[in-house]
Design a protein around this ligand. Structure first.
Ligand SMILES: [Zn+2]
Length: 418
């Protein structure tokens, strides 16, 4: 870890700097003050403009903080919920999760402690910004230097459940942002109601979308495992199938409802047609992929190459510990490398940083190393980073072998205020 001289403005020089929004810099430097990045560039340029500032030489690499754009902290205490057999459906997994939540009595304090442990792990692994979707109020995580945007998740698959959800929303504290769960679990009226509330307040709207092909089966035909799931639980009325869904499927339906815009994050997006991807791109909605969760639940792989072709840079999320073996954005990156060998390491690292920051509309502070952004800088050193000979090799290593335990925060000692 670099030593931290206690001056207001200072230069950190490293063999490699990864700005994300500009090419990787060999022998680069970052100038910071107490709150923000003042300049990023080659060391020779920085030294000529800031010759009077204290200099700290670091080994290894300087990087922007990672962004986890999809997590459910309220599920932290329940641990991983494994599928009972290879033939289990996603509905079986949801049933197992609900059973576990009902049968395991966990106090509010323990729920909060488990969530705090996950937040600490996220911070230790280099995550500086997170989007949490919970349907239990966990309060604020003020003692952690991770910025967390929390959306309270609502669902209601029938008219009765919708009414209960609307009453619950009206009784929430006025500063609580709310979002909808998924098209298969939320009536169109409720999705619209929540989205309009988000729109009035300028809140993000995050929605699980196309995680499983049975979602479209429910909405278009009233069939599939979700239909059976709702019927078994008495949550079935005439809401599904949704009348008039055409070949643009569930995405076209959401677009007509007014759900898709630049403040909407579509999470998972595994089962989409090219036409649907185009609708998302044209609406400027964001996409967040959770490859670890998708692999865990065997729901398929998202069409990442097509998103990139449509100029969508997806965000990355871990989803909850219930549907993943490990909550680690480094692991999500290495999974993407395995799943999409033709996608460049540069794109994958951008997803884990800039993609999430843009989706959360926090890219003025996060997502890259650039003038004016927060000093949320990671330092990675040691083998193999000290032996890197090219920018391509560096990005290849970071995205395929990056590990939480190899990073430290440049501002970890509180020298630079967060
Ligand atoms: Zn989720």
């Amino acid at each position: 870890m670099c030593p931290h001289p206690k001056n207001s403005r200072q230069i950190f020089r490293a063999p490699w700097v990864v700005p994300v929004t500009a090419p990787v810099i060999h022998d680069g430097a970052v100038v910071i003050d107490e709150n923000s990045i003042v300049a990023v560039g080659s060391y020779s340029d920085i030294a000529s403009h800031f010759s009077d500032l204290p200099l700290t030489n670091c080994s290894g690499v300087l990087l922007p903080a990672l962004v986890n754009a999809h997590i459910h902290l309220d599920l932290s205490a329940y641990g991983t919920v494994y599928q009972e057999s290879e033939d289990s459906t996603m509905c079986d997994w949801i049933s197992a999760l609900l059973r576990k939540r009902l049968q395991t009595h966990i106090s509010d304090e323990d729920l909060k402690t488990a969530a705090e442990n996950i937040v600490q792990d996220q911070y230790d692994s280099g995550v500086g910004l997170m989007l949490d979707i919970s349907n239990v109020s966990l309060g604020h995580f003020v003692s952690f230097p991770v910025e967390i945007i929390s959306l309270f998740e609502m669902l209601g698959p029938s008219k009765t459940a919708q009414q209960a959800a609307v009453s619950a929303i009206q009784n929430l504290p006025s500063n609580q942002a709310v979002t909808g769960h998924a098209p298969y679990s939320t009536t169109p009226e409720l999705l619209k109601y929540i989205k309009e509330r988000c729109h009035r307040r300028g809140d993000l709207f995050s929605l699980h979308l196309a995680e499983n092909p049975d979602e479209a089966l429910l909405l278009v035909k009233g069939g599939g495992c979700f239909s059976q799931f709702l019927k078994e639980r008495g949550g079935w009325d005439d809401t599904f199938p949704i009348p008039g869904i055409d070949s643009s499927g569930v995405v076209g339906y959401l677009h007509e409802l007014g759900i898709l815009d630049k403040r909407t994050i579509c999470v998972h997006c595994v089962h989409l047609t090219t036409k649907e991807i185009k609708i998302i791109a044209d609406s400027h909605a964001h996409v967040c992929l959770c490859p670890g969760s998708n692999r865990f639940l065997s729901v398929g792989t998202a069409p990442l190459e097509q998103f990139l072709e449509h100029r969508i840079l997806p965000a990355l999320g871990t989803d909850s510990i219930a549907s993943n073996t490990k909550l680690d954005i480094w692991q999500e990156m290495s999974l993407l490398r395995e799943m999409y060998p033709d996608v460049s390491p540069e794109h994958i690292f951008s997803m884990a940083t800039l993609g999430g920051a843009k989706a959360m509309h926090r890219d003025s502070d996060y997502g890259s190393l650039a003038q004016g952004k927060k000093t949320r800088i990671l330092h990675v050193q040691g083998f193999p980073y000290d032996e890197v000979s090219s920018a391509n090799q560096l990005l290849d290593l970071l995205t395929s072998c990056g590990r939480p335990d190899s990073i430290t925060w440049l501002n970890r000692d509180g020298v630079v205020k967060t």
